[in-house]
Design a binder for this molecule. Sequence first.
Ligand SMILES: Cc1cc2nc3c(=O)[nH]c(=O)nc-3n(C[C@H](O)[C@H](O)[C@H](O)COP(=O)(O)OP(=O)(O)OC[C@H]3O[C@@H](n4cnc5c(N)ncnc54)[C@H](O)[C@@H]3O)c2cc1C
Length: 653
Amino acid sequence: MSVNLSNYYVEGEEIADSSAPETPLNEMWDKRRFDAKLVSPNNRRKRTVIIVGTGLGGGSAAATLGEAGYHVKSFCYQDSPRRAHSIAAQGGINAAKNYRNDGDSIRRLFYDTVKGGDYRSRESNSWRLAQISTEIIDQCVAQGVPFAREYGGLLDNRSFGGVQVSRTFYARGQTGQQLLLGAYQALERQIGAGNVEMHTRHEMLDLIVVDGRARGIVVRDMVTGEIETHTADVVVLGTGGYGNVYFLSSNAMGCNATATWRSHRRGAYFANPCYTQIHPTCIPVSGDYQSKLTLMSESLRNDGRIWVPKEGGDDRHPREIPDEERDYFLERRYPAFGNLVPRDVASRAAKQVCDEGRGVGPGGRGVFLDFAEAIERLGTDAVARKYGNLFEMYEQITGENPWEVPMRIYPAVHYTMGGLWVDYDLESTIPGLFVIGEANFSDHGANRLGASALMQALSDGYFVLNASVSNYLADHNDLEEVPHDHPAVTEAVDAVKQRISTLLSINGSRTVDSFHRDLGHIVWEYCGMERTEEGLVKAIDLIRELREEFWRDVKVTGINEELNQSLEKAGRVADFFELAELMCIDALHRDESCGAHFRAEHQTEDGEALRDDENFAYVGAWEFGGVGFDSKPVLHKEQLEYHEIQMKQRSYK
Ligand SMILES: Cc1cc2nc3c(=O)[nH]c(=O)nc-3n(C[C@H](O)[C@H](O)[C@H](O)COP(=O)(O)OP(=O)(O)OC[C@H]3O[C@@H](n4cnc5c(N)ncnc54)[C@H](O)[C@@H]3O)c2cc1C
């Protein structure tokens, strides 16, 4: 490494997760749950819990804590809780039920998760996730979630990448929608019962911290522009991931990092921000004016075969290219897993064949996903039953009929493994601030396996948080109410108002979107699928220049006291600038390749990620260091230890 890293960050003390009990892994969660203190039913209604987010994480958490009898205040920026981005999830949700009797078990799901994450996740969390996975399915079935069933009536399963068993439960290509409807109905029931107060179209713009504890939030009513404060005993963030920092991603347009970033600025550490997942099966970019990318579910890789022509520049119709002139590159390189290698591996392989000039479609940035063989083997009806709505969606977007020509796909930004650092109890470094779902740095290490995000969001929301919150509240039963004129409250409100007025007063010449698009280009180019030291150093400079220009020349139209999307976006993009810089610093300091973080300088002879366990087997948790260009974030390392699994070079061959 030639760059002087001390120009970019300073190193602080190591941190550790002290909340996981010291017991064998398979007893850990039972012990923690039993040891967690309880709040008696009579006292629960006296305690207020704010939950920001109504996706599978926040929605299930609000329903569960409402059902338990707490006074819950739930917030989302959409007009209905059921429009949270989780609704878009297509492919499925994992659970180690072993219904197929194909060798699955909690241990195997745990093993697949840790290996899939390239040995950069905590053993304790990954085990708990695998253990709870089986309960989630029972919970959702009891709610009436219509999972696909086999002829005999049993729940059906399919396979996702990085595994050799079938453990993914699904509801056609609408699994997230059906799961969210389950959580939403449970939430609505609690709203009806008066246990949950619902605040839609309210955007959290700051966290209120009193005496070092999270005690409330500042929100903007997105219809009237009014700035409100809400106080509570506990604050929970289930506000989703930050993939939209890249501008183009498979995420819903509104997804943003403001809640987590504002909390970071108030003291919550941000962990592993450079771990961002690029999904291999998205519809390729089609032009400069596009603002969104569409995912084609990973489930398609169960039956679709991925290939490119063996020769570059072969522009024959795909059906005219004979089999022996095709390169089924995943099946060739990874015979044991074939098209079902993990996402990071499949994405890089697709990029490599396109870099070699063998990509297909406009600009050569695409590979084929072909169902001809599956249609012949299974028949049209069977394929339609499994993937019908995905085929329709593809045709509506591209105008090409995937029953007749192979789909064209290319990797795109999809999910963020990084997020706010939490301990085993899901508590951040600010006491009383809990973080769940995609918003926390999660259980997935440097790469998430398909169908494990829904599992994690629901595990956190339905099962883990309840125990953590009750334990915290039992330990802190003397928290006094925070008056609305408390200095910490007025300081946070003033800061929010000041920022809004600054954004509105710049009145420059460039739109918010044009800045966001340029920022996205930089991050995609230098901190996307492949990173280098030189590129990251350049990216940090470019981001700083663009951020400076943003605060000098952005044009935010309208006023605060109205529905103002330009203002909403401006605040979010301003936060993306700061986050993007931290992502690049994290990627620069992590001088190894692991999972989705691929540093071109560190690869095996076969082009696989080459880890450096001696120096980097830790979680990188960053403390906010200020926003001035000479301010530096502080790195705190949490060392990762493996007792149940031996760390080795990942192989899917
Ligand atoms: C197209 C697509 C398909 C996917 N398919 C799958 C799949 O098949 N299987 C799988 O396991 N995973 C899948 N994923 C990933 C998975 O959907 C997400 O990781 C998961 O749904 C995130 O849930 P969440 O509850 O953490 O956040 P979200 O569902 O993103 O919810 C965030 C909530 O926070 C609220 N919010 C955010 N910021 C604020 C703020 N400042 N103020 C107020 N409210 C705020 C929003 O209003 C929303 O209610 C997919 C992702 C995409 C993009």
